[in-house]
Design a protein around this ligand. Structure first.
Ligand code: AKG
Length: 293
C-alpha cells in the first residue's frame, strides 16, 4: 500500500511556508504527522492530567463555540483554568489549519469549528459496542447529524506527560474502501430517511451520501477479516506530537494511549483545493448519482 503518513518536521503552529505537496497529501486522505509540534501544559495545568477530571456522565471534556465547558468536574476556578487551556489548544489548532491551508482560511466563514475536546481517558480500557468502538478501523460518519458531504477535518495532539505514544492503525485510500464495500451496502430508502427525520433520530433528512458513509462505517467495523487483514499500517504518534487528517476519508482506529486534545473543523467539499478528491466526489463517481439531492 502507498505510504499513508506524511511526516512534516516543523515545531511552530504558524506554518511559514505552506507546501502544495502537503495539501494534496491531506486531500488525498493521508495523515500529516508533525512529530515535533506540541501542545504544552503550564505547570498549573498539569493537575488536569488525570482521568478523574472528567465527569463520568460524559465521554469527553469539551469547550463549545461560546466558550462553555462541558463534561468536567472541579470547582469554578478549575473549570475556568481548564476552559482556558482547551481554548489555547483551539487557537493553536486553528492557527495551524489557517497557515497550512491558506485557501481554507480564505473561506473562513465556511470553515466551521466544532467543540474542542480534551480526552484524558485511557483508550485500552474503554468498553463500547462494536459500532461505537473506535479501536476498529472506520471512517467518521454521524448517525444523527447528516452533513451532505461537508468535510470533517481534525487536528489531534498527544499530550501524554509520561512519553506514552497514541497508537493508531491507518487504512487504505478511501476509493479502495468504497470499491470494496459499496457492493455490500444496503440501498438508500428516502421514505426511511423521512421517517428517521420525523422521529427526530436525525436532525435533518439523511441524504444518500450520509446513508452511504454510515454504511461504509458500519461495514468496516463489523468485518473482522477486514479489521485483521485489510490493508493498514500501525502508526505510533509520539507524546508531544500533532497529526491532522480528514477523518471522513482516512480509515483510522485508535489502539492505545491516554491524554489527547482534539479539534474538529467542518469545510464544504467545494472549498477544497481539489473538490474531486472528496468522499462525496468519489462516491458520486462510483455510483453515478448526485447523492445529496
Ligand atoms: C474518532 O474519534 O473517530 C477516533 O477514532 C478516536 C481517535 C483517538 O481517540 O485517537
Amino acid at each position: 500500500m502507498e505510504q499513508q503518513i506524511l511526516e512534516i518536521d516543523i515545531a511552530d503552529w504558524q506554518v511559514s511556508t505552506p507546501n502544495s505537496a502537503w495539501i494534496s497529501a491531506l486531500e488525498a486522505g493521508k495523515v500529516l504527522y508533525f512529530p515535533h509540534l506540541s501542545f504544552s501544559f503550564t505547570a498549573d495545568e498539569r493537575r488536569f492530567l488525570t482521568p478523574a477530571i472528567r465527569d463520568p456522565k460524559s465521554r469527553n471534556i469539551s469547550l463549545d463555540a461560546n466558550g462553555k465547558l462541558k463534561g468536567a468536574l472541579g470547582d469554578a476556578a478549575d473549570q475556568e483554568a481548564l476552559a482556558s487551556m482547551i481554548g489555547r489548544f483551539r487557537a493553536q489548532a486553528q492557527q495551524l489549519i489557517h497557515s497550512l491551508l491558506p485557501a481554507y482560511a480564505d473561506s473562513r466563514s465556511e470553515l466551521r469549528m466544532a467543540p474542542t475536546s480534551y480526552r484524558p481517558m485511557q483508550v485500552e480500557t474503554r468498553a463500547q459496542s462494536w459500532r461505537a468502538d473506535d479501536r476498529r478501523l472506520h471512517v467518521d460518519a454521524f448517525p444523527s447529524r447528516p452533513n451532505y458531504g461537508e468535510r470533517i477535518l481534525r487536528v489531534f495532539a498527544n499530550v501524554n506527560p509520561d512519553g506514552v505514544p497514541r497508537i493508531w492503525r491507518v487504512g487504505e485510500p478511501f476509493e479502495d474502501v468504497a470499491q470494496r464495500f459499496l457492493p455490500r451496502v444496503k440501498a438508500y430508502s428516502r421514505w426511511q430517511a423521512q421517517a428517521l427525520h420525523a422521529l427526530h433520530v436525525t436532525k435533518s433528512l439523511r441524504s444518500e451520501y450520509d446513508h452511504l458513509m454510515l454504511q461504509l462505517h458500519d461495514a468496516m467495523k463489523s468485518d473482522p477479516a477486514y479489521q485483521k487483514d485489510g490493508p493498514q499500517v500501525t502508526q505510533p504518534f509520539a507524546a508531544g506530537s500533532v497529526w491532522v487528517c480528514f477523518s471522513d476519508q482516512t480509515p483510522h482506529a485508535v489502539m492505545a494511549g491516554q491524554y489527547m486534545m482534539e479539534q474538529t473543523l467542518h469545510l464544504p467539499a467545494a472549498k477544497q483545493y481539489d473538490p474531486g478528491a472528496s468522499p462525496l466526489a468519489i462516491l458520486r463517481r462510483l455510483t453515478g448519482r448526485a447523492l445529496t439531492e
